[in-house]
Design a protein around this ligand. Structure first.
Ligand SMILES: C[S@@+](CC[C@H](N)C(=O)[O-])C[C@H]1O[C@@H](n2cnc3c(N)ncnc32)[C@H](O)[C@@H]1O
Length: 189
């Protein structure tokens, strides 16, 4: 594992998710955004696996496509312009890992955000597709208008997952102010 400090939640999310990915794995990026997580997942799975990546904004798809293209990584990645709540229309196989990064597109329109009602549907569908031993990592940025509502819906959902079927961990930056992001990791037993 690379040495990634605790300064960014992404570092922690990546350090966790990479443990369940290998060359040839299938993974999901539920919130493509600027493509950083999609590129990371694609690096981990190599040329043999598959990444499904979702966003509702053209700008996110464009930015991600560009990032992948610059790295010669477009193969094996499906960039899907649709809501993650519809992921079962596109994914018909089991997945090894999934990432969600909730909030708005950095450097984009801050009024377009993930919404609790959609993310909870997406989580349910993701967990159905997740292999036993697979991991889903969720970064919750909630310092926006609909953020608190989404955070509460998400935490309520994950807290009530059956402990016989899932391990659920919640991490937060305990000594930071101004709505620091929260990380949730769910492992399917
Ligand atoms: C915090 S950003 C994601 C950052 C991204 N993971 C990255 O590496 O740059 C959240 C993204 O979720 C997208 N989003 C909002 N609602 C969505 C939905 N229903 N389905 C998929 N993506 C959605 C937004 O358009 C935004 O680009």
């Amino acid at each position: 594992m690379e040495n990634r400090s605790l300064t960014k939640i992404t570092n922690i999310a990546w350090s966790m998710i990479e443990n369940c990915l290998h060359q040839g794995s299938v993974a999901l990026d539920g919130t493509m955004g600027n493509g950083n997580d999609t590129v990371f997942l694609r690096e981990k799975i190599g040329n043999a696996g598959k990444i499904y990546s979702f966003d509702i904004q053209d700008l996110a798809v464009e930015n991600t496509r560009k990032k992948l293209d610059e790295r010669n990584m477009l193969s094996n990645v499906e960039l899907i312009k649709d809501g993650h709540e519809n992921l079962d229309k596109y994914i018909k196989e089991e997945i090894d890992g999934a990432m969600y990064n909730l909030g708005f597109l950095p450097k984009g329109d801050k009024s377009i955000t993930t919404l609790g009602k959609n993310t909870v549907i997406a989580f349910e569908k993701t967990l159905n597709l997740l292999k036993k031993g697979g991991l889903m990592v969720i970064s919750i940025y909630y310092g926006h208008e609909k953020g608190l509502e989404e955070k509460n819906m998400v935490l309520d959902y994950v807290q009530n997952l059956d402990s016989k079927k899932y391990h659920v961990i919640k991490m937060e930056f305990f000594n930071q102010k101004n709505n620091p992001p929260i990380l949730v990791a769910i492992e399917k037993k």
